[in-house]
Design a protein around this ligand. Sequence first.
Ligand code: CP3
Length: 350
Amino acid sequence: MADVSDRSNRFLRALARQPVDATPVWIMRQAGRYLPEYRATRERAGSFLALAQTPELACEVTLQPVERFELDAAILFSDILTVPDAMGLGLHFVEGEGPKFQHPVRSAADIVRLGVPDPEASLRYVMDAVRLCRRELRGRVPLIGFGGSPWTLACYMIEGEGSHDFARVKAFALNEPDAMHKLLDINAHAVAAYLAAQAAAGAQALMVFDSWGGMLAPAMFEEFSARYLTRIATLLRNDTHARDVPLILFSKGANANLEVLADSGCAALGVDWTITLDAARRRVGERVALQGNLDPATLLASPEVIRREVRRVKRDFGPHSGHVFNLGHGITPDVDPEHVAVLVDTVHAA
Ligand code: CP3
């Protein structure tokens, strides 16, 4: 069945809901700290940001998981916060504390000063990394480009760092909705331009991470997150380079809103592990493919348990077209790489 699909195209075929010879699989955060070869390259780079901003090194770590495992896609090694950094917010990482901005957005006046960055100027290092990855992948597997959702970027831009409850950004949205909509509109245009530039540079699928959409009640989700995800989908459909590149939307924790997201114009929805793929599929019907949704903690269990749970996720989706296997969120640094091999082999097995 090599003509129907192989490692070089089963991911894109599944996104198009076409038949495949085996379920394709990739893993969110597949290039990361659970891999000793990643830790070695990061050590050489000196920091996460130096690694992400040096195209040769970003390319090297992008390819590492694809060379070690039979994964069906590579995802560019970068970060969603490159875009607000290019807007002048000053991204930095404090060891063990995650990302922080030197100049967070705290008022309507701060928002007026923000502009849409030219991706081939201030984000050139990302576009160079995309071009290099495509060359080095030599068609073995497709390359996924990505960006953050307008809402999730606004969370970090306003809080200035991660948060457990995102109270500051929610209060801003409730108290100053006009200013918030201006910020989300700038973010939507910035992310759409960033993704379109990645498509022009060679990205073969695009993914938007809305990691904190699930923090919002349904009405606020529609107003402050889904509306701008739809805007990105529309802007990309009108772009010469991105028009034919499938778009995956992943709103973590937003399973109450799957129907809204399925109507955004995307090709696929990422789904976390708090809903079965069967239930998700019944809700979105034939509109989109689904990507997910094994609980990342499963990889901490024994190989027998991993095999059982992978089979359960495949069974939940059923014998239809349009499933890309993934975790329901990123892989954690404490996972044994051998367990990833078990997962990939089990996904591919009939
Ligand atoms: O999936 C991949 O392999 C691609 C690489 C990727 C990274 N970040 C590399 C990274 C992707 C897709 C992202 C997206 C991202 N970045 C998101 C959305 C996805 C999600 O997980 O919800 C968010 C919210 C960010 C912001 C961010 N960047 C955080 C919160 C952190 C700290 C995380 C941690 O575990 O310390 C980062 C840093 C970061 N981005 C790391 C990696 C591999 C860890 C850096 C390191 O110490 O080596």
